[in-house]
Design a protein around this ligand. Structure first.
Ligand SMILES: Nc1ncnc2c1ncn2[C@@H]1O[C@H](COP(=O)(O)OP(=O)(O)O)[C@@H](O)[C@H]1O
Ligand SMILES: [Mg+2]
Length: 359
């Protein structure tokens, strides 16, 4: 069964259209993350699923039920917001219980549910506290508790971790993942942070300017981006992209980046003289030539040490590139690097005009 199905979903505010006909199937129990730059229409899309924004055109099904005109409270979805939206005058227990009281759930049942949810989220000892006396992470857990306690069919999250500091964000990210494993509820999660998307999602939806650029598993998007937008958005640092021209040599096609020529996998459908973008992930370069790999000369500007890894900032002819390498605890040789190697199957080629990948 489909958890959430969007077909041709459009949103316009007056005459300005901001979501341009989105198709998306979220399977039951799947964790799908909508990711994209600020203003691309993620929140608007999520709020249409929640019923907080009217759908201009297209259809929305939740668990096979047409929901375009169903009131938010009758959609059986629960939403967690970035700003937590807790009631400041209520303690943790009452904040969690709020939705159940509105629905006239029997008192004993509410008490049991609140205690179960507090146990799951590690909030048992804070039930009497007000939100002002909690840390950011604890407030976020209360907001989550309020969603969980209703046993909704679908969880909707809008940037729930954006107000937390980096360390807490990493911790809460793991908690959300654990929670999803335990509760197994269909989830749609919005973030602008590709790391959050990569670590949480079963599938990622990359959005840009009100359209979907690509849908796929995290590894799918990392290894096989459909276009230069996805190649730049997913991965950190992003995929290196260098304008080049296709040339032909006796052993097959090559991409000529200024004076440097990179051999290409022989299955690519390119033609001589074609303008392309060469895409190589920072982590797909290697400093050693194990097995007859083509060499790429580079000139090094800067070595950034991260501990287990280092980033080499360099230029290939006049194009900036970043190479990511393991340090194995020793960076003494890195400042001498003048050549890197790349297996042809790791070199992506995009059309210079459309930005679409060439396969
Ligand atoms: N109530 C509104 N009226 C007019 N434009 C809006 C309204 N809400 C959002 N927008 C516009 O819709 C676009 C998408 O916004 P949003 O979905 O919030 O983006 P995201 O969540 O991806 O950052 C933006 O250009 C934003 O300015
Ligand atoms: Mg938003």
């Amino acid at each position: 069964m489909t958890g959430v199905r969007l077909e041709g979903i459009v949103k316009a505010y007056g005459r300005i259209q901001v979501v341009h006909g989105i198709d998306l199937n979220v399977e039951e129990k799947e964790f799908v993350v909508l990711v994209g730059p600020s203003g691309c229409g993620k929140s608007t899309t999520l709020r249409m699923i929640a019923g907080l924004e009217e759908i201009t055109d297209g259809t929305l099904h939740i668990h096979e039920r047409l929901c375009n005109r169903v009131a938010p409270k009758d959609r059986d979805v629960a939403m967690v917001f970035q700003n937590y939206a807790l009631y400041p005058h209520l303690n943790v227990a009452d904040n969690i219980a709020f939705g159940l009281r509105i629905r006239k759930t029997p008192k004993a049942e509410i008490a049991k549910s609140v205690s179960d949810v507090a146990e799951i989220l590690g909030l048992t000892e804070y039930l009497d506290r007000r939100p002002a006396d909690l840390s950011g992470g604890q407030r976020q857990r209360v907001a989550m508790g309020r969603a969980i306690v209703r046993h909704p069919k679908v969880f909707l999250f809008d940037e729930p971790l954006s107000n937390l500091d980096a360390k807490l964000r990493t911790q809460m990210r793991a908690e959300i993942k654990r929670l999803h494993k335990r509760l197994d509820v269909t989830s749609v999660y919005v973030t602008h942070d590709q790391v959050e998307a990569m670590t949480l999602a079963d599938r990622i939806v990359v959005m840009n300017k009100g359209i979907i650029e690509q849908i796929g598993t995290p590894m799918d998007l990392f290894m096989n981006p459909a276009n230069t937008f996805v190649a730049s958005f997913i991965g950190s640092p992003p995929m290196n992209q260098m304008p080049a021209t296709i040339t032909r040599s006796p052993d097959g096609y090559r991409a000529l980046i200024d004076q440097v020529s990179v051999p290409l996998h022989n299955s690519l459908s390119v033609s001589e003289g074609q303008d392309v973008i060469v895409g190589i992930r920072p982590e797909h370069f290697s400093l050693k030539n194990d097995g007859g790999l083509p060499a790429i000369p580079l000139s090094l500007d800067l070595v950034e040490t991260l501990g287990s890894e280092a980033l080499l900032h360099a230029t290939v002819d006049n194009q900036s590139v970043i190479v990511k390498t393991d340090t194995n605890g020793d960076i003494s040789q890195l400042s001498n690097v003048d050549t890197v190697y790349v297996p042809p199957e790791k070199v992506k080629i995009f059309d210079a005009g459309t930005g679409k990948v060439i396969s």
